[in-house]
Design a protein around this ligand. Structure first.
Ligand code: MRU
Length: 345
């Protein structure tokens, strides 16, 4: 059974260091790194030691709080601005990154006290973002669990659990909440090529926490739906925009199309920190393109000819018309999303 706190992807220790569970090494090794500099935290986000939209936001906030302590008092604001620019350059799609940077920067910009007190306030703000994220995920889980029927066979894509957040999870949090409410569920985890967040991370979390799970190749999802073996799909999101278009891990769009084809609900779990009302349409969302090596090989093992041209977009956009509902910590939004999402704020 799930235990909140059992998997801790990120936290600060007594010395203020940022401790992260290295997600590049799961499921074979559980290794924790202790970071002492903002540059190291930024690098951990870029290299996906930590990943998942809310977790990226928490990491950025902690990195800024850490880095701020190492800045020269005489040029604090310039130095802080450079730290923000470095964090912002790590990954472009998950809006939580920019949301967290903005939240920390609002504190800096409005500060009228002395520097030591500001540094303490930045530590407290980063910790508040972490703690709030868990509470938000729990509230979202409770809202979403009502949509999950007892006995549901649930397809999910990528990893949206404790590892992708400060704890509990977004889409996997909804599944976790349904399990905690006594519902029997079976999770089908898309393996999620090329980075294998489904088979490496979602399967690991589910097994660890006693949630029934079966891993499938991404291209098996349509077959299982056609065979009547899936009841619904639920995914997370890296950025959901004003019209309800949903950016999420590459392959999500295919899942949504398949759900529509088979008349299955396609749900999105989105904390409000992932909703970007400043963007009107999904086509404006920046889509990260990652290294060709992720597609040419599987974790260093070649599966395509060396040097063959590759495209590796890391996210796609699912149009709002394919989304049955967007589950947030403030309630469940349904079409028309332009009105329903705005109503949440
Ligand atoms: O590239 P990743 O692993 O950071 O992508 C993560 C996802 O796409 C998740 O589905 C998303 O962040 C939402 S759930 C936390």
């Amino acid at each position: 059974m799930s235990q909140i706190g059992a998997i801790v992807p990120i936290e600060r220790d007594a010395q203020g260091r940022v401790i992260m569970l290295d997600q590049t090494q799961l499921p074979s090794q559980e290794i924790y790194h202790a970071y002492e500099r903002a540059e190291e935290v930024a690098d951990a986000i870029t290299t996906m030691v930590i990943r998942g939209a809310p977790a990226i936001g928490v990491a950025a906030a902690m990195g800024l709080a850490l880095g701020a302590r190492q800045l020269d008092a005489g040029s604090f604001r310039e130095g802080y601005g450079a730290l923000c620019a470095q964090m912002a350059a790590t990954r472009p799609t998950a809006v939580n990154l920019f949301w967290a940077i903005d939240r920390m920067t609002t504190l800096v910009d409005g500060w009228t006290g002395d520097l030591p007190a500001l540094l303490d306030a930045l530590d407290a703000e980063a910790e508040a973002i972490r703690v709030e994220d868990i509470a938000i995920n729990r509230a979202m889980g409770a809202n979403g669990a009502e949509l999950i029927p007892d006995g549901a066979r649930i397809l999910t894509h990528c990893n949206t659990g404790s590892l992708a957040t400060a704890g509990y999870g977004t889409a996997l949090g909804v599944i976790r909440a349904a399990v905690e409410a006594g519902k029997r569920v079976h999770v089908y985890a898309d393996e999620t090529r090329p980075y294998l967040q489904g088979s490496r991370l979602t399967a690991w979390e589910c097994l660890r926490e006693g949630i029934e799970v079966t891993v499938i190749a991404d291209n098996a999802a349509g077959h299982l739906m056609a065979s009547g073996e899936i009841d619904l799909a639920i995914v997370g999101t890296d950025r959901t925009v004003a019209n309800g278009d949903v950016a999420n891990k590459i392959g999500t769009y295919q899942v949504a199309v398949m759900c529509a084809r088979h008349g299955l609900p396609f749900y999105v779990a989105a904390p409000t920190s992932t909703i970007d009302l400043a963007i009107a349409h999904g086509r404006e969302i920046p889509i990260e393109e990652r290294s060709a090596d992720e597609v040419r090989g599987v974790f260093g093992h070649p599966v395509a000819p060396e040097g063959v041209p590759v495209r590796n977009p890391s996210f796609d956009v699912t149009p709002a018309e394919l989304v049955t509902a967007i589950i947030t910590e403030r309630g469940v939004a349904r079409a028309p999303y332009f009105e329903s999402l705005r109503g949440l704020f």
